[in-house]
Design a protein around this ligand. Structure first.
Ligand code: KIV
Ligand code: ZN
Length: 428
């Protein structure tokens, strides 16, 4: 479904932690600065994080998970700065056409279930206009036994206690995650989530922490949680999927189809190991084409996707594969003769949406990338674009020379074509 930004941001102005005015609206929690930065080699400087937070606001994410403040003094300081600035609407120029509808993102900080983590998280986010603490504790057998060395009863009790503690500090927006939900016992999940809701959690997040879930099973998990957990009708259900088997996006969608109204994603899908579900992929899947069970939509400003992607790529140093969906450098390039011919006639022949829709300008009119497989239509479009009008014989000769150099060179640039054309025109 294609919706305009102003409708979704209107839904956002009436922000109540556990309430979505429009049942089809999907909140986007971006965790590029927290889970994304946990990716190996992705450490960013504080200034880079602030820049990304500003861009996430321009992208109109609903919630920015800005970091894990208990990790270090520096982590705490940058979350605080993001809360004070971006969390109060200071994130740089708005587009001229944008009316001020009161949008400010929620600033969220992660905390383990310890008093120190929760207190430090609160200190970091409290100056934001809308602030959230996200507390988590492992609930799978392996996490409880090997990592936490706690029983089920302990874990349930600690979760409830820490949520009450966070509320006692003055935080009214609390997210709770049973870490490794995908591998947790369902009966335990119903109990721990029920306890979390009773203690005051406003969002309950179901993480597939190690990407071990298959989409059908994950969908059933969300359905079972909604059916069997007391109080889920009063909170937002959230989905957080890792991509270890390439299913993060599919699992996220399945969760949404079962009623989850928050998704946790990262720009470019960066994150621990194989990463998280990618923000841009989720947004463009919802945008269509394609049927969804409900008329669901996000408030994301698609036109800011390309800038966000490039910024995260550069700052994190995690460079994209050229064929990365939506934002890869080849995502709108057409190399074979048949495809180039189609694109020159109608761009809909080989694209379901254009790069302009994510805010990217095409390097040339129809995404033509000249190479070994290109045909005469593609070459002719470039010859004309660079300002030459050859007769049939001249063009035939240029095309032959082009095919020869394309055997040795992967990509043929406009400069290469210009040289071939000039050689032809001035040949004695
Ligand atoms: O993957 C995970 O379980 C997490 C939690 C902290 C939500 O990132
Ligand atoms: Zn995660």
């Amino acid at each position: 479904a294609i919706r305009c930004c102003s409708l979704s941001s209107r839904a956002q102005t009436e922000y109540v932690p556990n309430h979505i005015p429009d049942p089809n609206y999907i909140r986007v929690l971006d965790t590029t600065l927290r889970d994304g930065e946990q990716a190996a080699g992705a450490t960013m400087t504080s200034n880079q994080k602030l820049e990304i937070a500003r861009q996430l606001a321009r992208l109109r994410v609903d919630i920015i998970e800005a970091g894990y403040p208990a990790a270090s003094e520096e982590d705490s300081k940058i979350v605080q700065r993001i809360a004070r600035e971006v969390g109060n609407g200071n994130y740089g120029p708005r587009r001229d056409s944008e009316e001020d509808d009161g949008y400010v993102p929620v600033i969220c900080a992660l905390a383990r279930c310890t008093e120190n983590d929760v207190r430090v998280a609160w200190e970091a986010v409290r100056h934001a206009r809308r602030r959230r603490i996200h507390v988590f504790i492992g609930s799978s057998k392996i996490h409880m036994k090997e990592k936490l060395r706690k029983s089920e009863t302990d874990v349930i009790e600690i979760a409830g206690k820490m949520i009450r503690f966070a509320r006692s500090l003055g935080c009214e927006d609390i997210e709770f995650s049973p870490e490794d939900s995908g591998r947790s016992n369902k009966e335990l999940l119903y109990k721990i989530l029920g306890e979390a809701i009773k203690a005051g959690a406003t969002t309950v997040n179901i993480p597939d922490t190690v990407g071990g879930s298959l989409h059908r099973g994950f969908r059933k998990l969300i359905r079972d949680i909604r059916t069997n957990t007391d109080g889920t009708e009063n909170v937002i259900i959230s989905i957080h999927c890792h991509n270890d088997r390439g299913l993060a996006l599919a699992n996220t969608l399945e969760g949404v189809y079962e009623g989850a109204r928050q998704v946790e994603v990262t720009v470019n899908g960066i994150g621990e190991r194989a990463g998280n579900a990618a923000l841009e992929e989720f947004v463009m899947v919802l945008r269509g084409p394609g049927e969804h069970p409900q008329d669901i939509y996000t408030g994301i400003n698609q036109l800011q996707i390309d800038t966000a992607s490039k910024m995260v790529e550069e700052y994190s140093g995690l460079y994209l594969q050229p064929h990365k969906p939506i934002v890869g450098s080849n995502a709108y390039s057409h190399a074979s003769g048949i495809h180039q011919d189609g694109m020159l006639k109608n761009k809909g022949t080989y694209e379901i949406f254009s790069p302009e829709e994510i805010g990217r300008q095409r390097s040339n009119q129809a995404g033509i990338e000249l190479g070994r497989l290109s045909g005469s239509a593609g070459l002719k479009s470039v010859v004309n674009k660079i300002g030459f009008n050859l007769d049939d014989e001249q063009f035939e000769n240029v095309f032959k020379s082009f095919k020869e150099i394309a055997k040795q060179k992967k990509k043929i640039t406009e400069l290469d074509v210009r040289t071939l054309v000039l050689d032809e025109i001035f040949k004695s």
